[in-house]
Structures are given as structure tokens and as C-alpha cells.
Design a protein around this ligand. Structure first.
Ligand code: ATP
Ligand code: MG
Length: 588
């Protein structure tokens, strides 16, 4: 036996990916101290090395047993006091060359196996490469930094996954801070449904729906025609052949075309304007128009002769204030005024007015200076406020936004940023020349497999499928990865997996890990808070990493159960008036 302190044992079996090792009986301790550090023998997930002449193979311990795996054949030889380790080979190092993933040479029976100590780990992880960020420290060594390749992390997309309380938000802060601090021109948009990140990033550009100081506006006219039809009047492609649907399309195209030369961002060719073009128009005027034709009374009875000139108008109304026009009451029978024959848009008008009156949608239909063609600001200002300004990080605080609204919001924001990167792909300050990272916290709640979040899902799926080419990278953060759209997960290049207890969720990470490292994934339920297994394209070798606890931290606004339940409350019905009004107005 070698008397090196790192000696563990020798190889007793080799197959294509794994090696079995019999731990030597002569090792004095199960936890030797080498260079002042304590190493534990046979810890699952730790590295071992097999020096073979000029090169060294590295492997990860995947199982430990007191009997060899092929017991029947070998029973006679072993007294079962021995320990046996199964090692998955992960990479090799030839001479002074850097560590490489994968193995070209296999060990043979009786080759020596050694513990990997800190200096070996340094050889595996190497020095910091240009274009990387530090993600944390190696779990088995407090001062060994683990770096990830930033280009691959961002543009091949990544996911931060873990059960609730496992440390996802803290990890997100760590990753984003490393990016923002190390790369002065980086830009990140973080979708924050619980409004927990602004405390961790005091310098960020925080935009919030319905906020007085820093409002997040998303003008409704960013929607395509199909989205407008669905969102404004509840019509889907199934209705495409109906006269109402066609008429509605004509009304919208006409309004968008009319404004082609009034745009603050620059005139566009009227012939290129379609129902899908993001061009402002006045949606209240559209409602007024629908209302007018449905409710007007006319001097003439026949539908062809019921024209504007023949209408019996009493009051014009005020579309900005949603005050309808008034008309002379129509008479019964065959005397004027006659009831309007234009009744086909009845259902559309009713749906549209209820949307416009719903104050939850003010950020869409009342978007400050982006309201319509007369407004001061246009899309270039909007883009600048989201991704253009000096601040590298924009937090979109969507706290308190109902799920239906969350869907359209995330969908429109994602698509508009994506479009700006696609069409600006060759500009020096955006597109391919200055990529962007879009981070989605609580992704399972609006990027689920179901159709309940069609807007956001389709937009984000497009980013995951095509974004890389135009400089758009994405990160999803979730506690329920098994609920997330498969199209999205299939495109995730790097997983940062924290403690995950649900088997279905673990399966998501497992399916992306190389076969010989499944044992590492099996550690997921037992990881400590803030500890992660990182696998995928951005990391040299799948690793167990400790993420630093950040300060200031993200805050999660938990209800105050103990405080609220500790004192007695004596309430009267009147106390609830405010709540009831808020339910009715959908407004706090
Ligand atoms: N790296 C870490 N080291 C030590 N403690 C940590 C670490 N990360 C998180 N914690 C602790 O765990 C708590 C939960 O962390 P965090 O909010 O990041 O979890 P989460 O996975 O985002 O949870 P949720 O699913 O509720 O959003 C933190 O308040 C902190 O106390
Ligand atoms: Mg969290």
C-alpha cells in the first residue's frame, strides 16, 4: 500500500461509466486530516481521483456499501467488514493540461484511488475564466470559488429550482448581483410577482402597476389583433368567419392606419400597417362608436338608410369619460324615430365597456402618457424606461396583480422586449450587440403547461426557442418545475437545483443531467438551505455549491399571522364597508 495520506483503496471492477473501489482496511481513520483539513471518506457526491501514470482520472462517489455490487461471484473473497464505493467517472487531466470533461482512458483492476483534496479541486475548477461569474463556493471547500460561464448561463437559458424556502430568491440575488457588479453594461429585467426584490437591489429601476411614483404602463395597443379581439371583446379565432369579427378587425385596422403619421416615434408607411401593428388608437372612441350604432334612433327604417346624417341624436356623450351618446326614443310601430338595425355588435360593445370600466386594467387602458395617438410619449420612450436607461436592472413589481392580468402583462412585456431585440438585432446598443436577460420569478404561476396563461406562455416560449439568436436570454425561477411548460424546460441549458423534495420536480432536473451523474441529483432532497447542485452547459462539471447569503435580502411579504391572531378584534359590519367597496370597484 502506498503511504500517501490521500490513499483510499483500489479498483476492483470497471465498466463503461463506473468503477468500483474497495476501500483499504489499513486506512487508519474514516476521516483523515490532510493539510489541516478534515476529509470524510465515502461521502456521496464528493470527488476521488485515480492517478494513472501521466494522467489523472476524476470521479464522483455515487454509492457506498459494505458489500461489492456483484456479491454472488465474489462472496468468497470478501469479508464484509470492507467498504465499497461506486465511482462515476467524470473527467480527466493529462499532465499539466487543464481538466477536461469526459474520459478517454479507463482504469484497470488494482489501480489506486485517492481522496481529492483542495489542491486537486483547484485543478478541476481552474482559475477564473474571462466571461464568467462566481456563483458560490464549492460545498466541500469554503474558499474554493465555483464559476459559471456567463454567456452560456444567459443565452442558453437557465433555471433556478427548489422547494419553498430552499433559497431560490437568495440565489437569484447572488447571480444577478454578480452579473451587475462585474459587467457594467449588462441589463436584466426581473419579473417579480411578489414584489420581494426591490429591497435587495436598492439601485434598481422598479416599476409597479398602479404605483403613483413609478408606474408600470403597458399600453393595450401593443396587442396583436387576435389578442385585442380576445381581450377586448372575448372573440377567438373560432369567430373569425363571423361578420362581427371581420367588422371589428376593419375598425381596428382603420384606426391604426389613420394614426400612421401621428407617431412620436416616427411616421410609418400606411400600407404596412395591419391590425397587429403596435400603433396607438383611442379605445374609448371605439367603444363610443359601437355604442352609437347599436343605440341610435333614425328617421328612416331601412338599414341602408340608417346613416349618421339620418340619426336623431340628442346628446353626443363623452367617450373619454365613457359617457354614452343619447338619442330620441324610438317610437313603436311604423313611425319615426326608428330603432337601430345595426345590432350585430351588441355582445362586443357590452364586453368592451365592462373591460374599460374594470380599474384593474387601468395600466392597459389608461397608460398615462402612452394612452393614444395624442399622448406625449411613444414606444421608444417605453422601451427606454424598461431596458434603455442607465440602470442595469429593471424590476417589474407585479405584487397584487390578479392571475389573469399577470398573464397578459408578462406576455406583452416579454413580446415587446423580444420584438425590440429582434428588429434591433444589428444596432450597436441593443440586440445581438448588447444582449438582455429576462428573469421570471414564480414562473410556475404564469408559465404553466395549461392554457390559463396563454399570453405569457407563448411569449416566453418564443424567447426560450429563438431568443439566443437575437441576444435575449431567460431565467426561470420556480418551486414547481414539473408544472412549467415543457417547451421552456426543454430549452434550459443550465440548472441550479436547490433542495427539491417532490419526486416529479426532481425528475425534471434528472432528465437533463448526464446519465453517469444521476447519483448527484439523488442528493436533491437532502441539500441544505442555500446549497445547490449545478448541472449543464455553463458549468465545467456538475457541482455541489454553497450560495452566499446576501444582504440586503429579498423580502417576502408574509401575512402577519401571530400578530394578527394575538389580540382580540371587536368588529362591526361597518368595518367591512371599505372591503366591500374595494371588491366592487376592484380597487384598493
Ligand atoms: N445561501 C443561504 N445561506 C443561508 N441561509 C439561506 C441561504 N439562502 C436562503 N437562506 C435562508 O432561507 C430563507 C429562505 O430563502 P429564500 O427566500 O431565498 O427561499 P425561496 O426558495 O426563494 O423560498 P420561496 O419558495 O418561499 O420563495 C431565507 O430567509 C434565509 O434565511
Ligand atoms: Mg423566493
Amino acid at each position: 500500500m502506498t503511504d500517501e495520506a490521500t490513499y483510499l483503496g483500489k479498483v476492483i471492477r470497471v465498466d463503461s461509466g463506473s468503477v468500483e473501489v474497495e476501500v483499504s482496511d489499513e486506512i487508519p481513520s474514516a476521516a483523515p486530516i490532510i493539510n489541516g483539513r478534515l476529509y470524510k471518506i465515502g461521502q456521496i457526491g464528493t470527488f476521488v481521483k485515480l492517478p494513472i501514470g501521466n494522467f489523472t482520472l476524476f470521479g464522483i462517489v455515487s454509492s457506498v456499501s459494505n458489500a461489492p455490487s456483484k456479491v454472488e461471484e465474489t462472496q468468497a473473497r470478501y469479508n464484509f467488514g470492507s467498504r465499497f464505493l461506486t465511482i462515476q467517472l467524470v473527467g480527466e487531466k493529462i499532465g499539466d493540461d487543464p481538466f477536461e470533461k469526459g474520459v478517454g482512458t479507463y482504469p484497470t483492476i488494482n489501480d489506486e484511488v485517492h481522496l481529492v483534496i483542495e489542491s486537486d479541486l483547484r485543478q478541476i475548477y481552474g482559475d477564473r475564466d474571462a466571461g464568467s461569474i462566481e456563483i458560490g463556493k464549492h460545498s466541500s471547500s469554503e474558499d474554493l470559488s465555483v464559476y459559471v460561464d456567463l454567456h452560456k448561463l444567459v443565452l442558453r437559458h437557465c433555471a433556478i429550482l427548489g422547494s419553498t424556502g430552499s433559497g431560490k430568491s437568495n440565489t437569484t440575488v447572488s447571480v444577478l448581483k454578480a452579473i451587475l457588479n462585474d459587467y457594467a453594461g449588462s441589463r436584466v429585467v426581473l419579473v417579480d410577482p411578489h414584489g420581494e426584490y426591490s429591497s435587495a437591489f436598492p439601485d434598481a429601476n422598479v416599476l409597479k402597476i398602479n404605483d403613483k411614483k413609478n408606474p408600470l404602463y403597458i399600453p393595450f395597443w401593443l396587442m396583436t389583433f387576435e389578442e385585442l379581439a380576445y381581450f377586448l371583446v372575448g372573440a377567438t379565432l373560432k369567430d373569425e368567419q363571423t361578420p362581427q369579427y371581420r367588422k371589428f378587425r376593419e375598425m381596428i385596422v382603420e384606426r391604426k392606419q389613420k394614426n400612421h403619421d401621428k407617431l412620436k416615434g416616427g411616421t410609418v408607411d400606411v400600407n404596412l400597417v395591419t391590425g397587429d401593428s403596435p400603433i396607438p388608437f383611442n379605445v374609448r372612441e371605439l367603444w363610443h362608436h359601437l355604442y352609437w350604432w347599436l343605440n341610435a334612433s333614425f328617421k328612416e327604417a331601412s338599414s341602408e338608410k340608417q346613416t349618421e346624417a339620418n340619426a336623431c341624436v340628442e346628446g353626443k356623450g363623452d367617450f373619454e369619460k365613457l359617457v354614452p351618446p343619447t338619442f330620441k326614443a324610438y317610437a313603436m310601430g311604423s313611425i319615426a324615430p326608428f330603432k337601430s338595425k345595426h345590432q350585430d355588435m351588441y355582445a362586443y360593445e357590452k364586453k368592451l365597456i365592462s373591460r374599460l370600466r374594470d380599474s384593474r386594467y387601468d395600466f392597459l387602458f389608461n397608460p398615462g402618457e402612452y394612452k393614444d395617438e395624442k399622448s406625449k410619449l411613444d414606444l421608444h420612450d417605453l422601451l427606454n424606461s424598461w431596458i434603455g436607461g442607465e440602470k442595469q436592472l429593471t424590476i417589474l413589481d407585479l405584487n397584487g396583480v390578479p392571475p389573469e392580468v399577470l398573464d397578459i402583462t408578462v406576455g406583452l412585456i416579454t413580446r415587446f422586449i423580444y420584438d425590440s431585440m429582434f428588429w434591433g438585432r444589428n444596432e450597436s446598443y441593443t440586440g445581438k450587440n448588447r444582449p438582455i436577460l429576462l428573469a421570471y420569478e414564480e414562473a410556475h404561476s404564469y408559465l404553466s403547461k395549461s392554457e390559463t396563461n396563454r399570453y405569457s406562455k407563448y411569449a416566453v416560449e418564443q424567447v426560450f426557442k429563438e431568443g439566443r439568436k437575437f441576444g435575449v436570454g431567460a431565467m426561470v425561477i420556480s418551486q414547481r418545475p414539473s408544472e412549467i411548460s415543457e417547451t421552456i424546460l426543454a430549452q434550459v441549458g443550465t440548472y441550479v437545483a436547490l433542495r427539491l423534495t417532490n419526486a416529479g420536480d426532481q425528475g425534471i432536473v434528472k432528465s437533463s443531467a448526464p446519465d453517469n451523474l444521476i447519483s448527484l441529483i439523488d442528493l436533491l432532497p437532502s441539500l441544505r438551505t442555500g446549497e445547490a447542485i449545478i448541472v449543464g452547459e455553463a458549468i465545467k462539471i456538475p457541482s455541489r455549491v454553497r450560495i452566499k447569503l446576501n444582504n440586503p435580502r429579498p423580502t417576502s411579504d408574509d401575512p402577519k399571522l401571530i400578530a394578527g391572531w394575538s389580540k382580540k378584534h371587536v368588529l362591526k359590519a361597518d368595518n367591512y364597508k371599505k372591503v366591500v367597496t374595494a371588491i366592487r370597484e376592484q380597487k384598493i
